[in-house]
Design a binder for this molecule. Structure first.
Ligand code: ZN
Length: 68
């Protein structure tokens, strides 16, 4: 299980969505919402959609959940 966060800002990535990050990410944002512990990034993205409709995985930390 890893801890995940979702970026509260959308102006830090080209597609203007809320990116989800895993603990240890090299580009972890400061302004973020804690999503808790998850078995995988798909579970974390599902949780993030409770806060924001437009979410995506961060490329450096969870490339398997990045799709745009
Ligand atoms: Zn990240």
């Amino acid at each position: 299980m890893d801890e995940y966060w979702v970026n509260n800002r959308t102006d830090t990535n080209p597609n203007n969505d809320h990116e989800v990050h895993k603990e240890g990410c090299p580009v972890m944002p400061d302004d973020k919402t804690y999503l808790g512990l998850h078995d995988n990034c798909n579970s974390a993205l599902h949780k993030a959609r409770a806060y924001y409709s437009s979410v995506d995985g961060c490329i450096p930390c969870i490339p398997e959940c990045h799709d745009r």
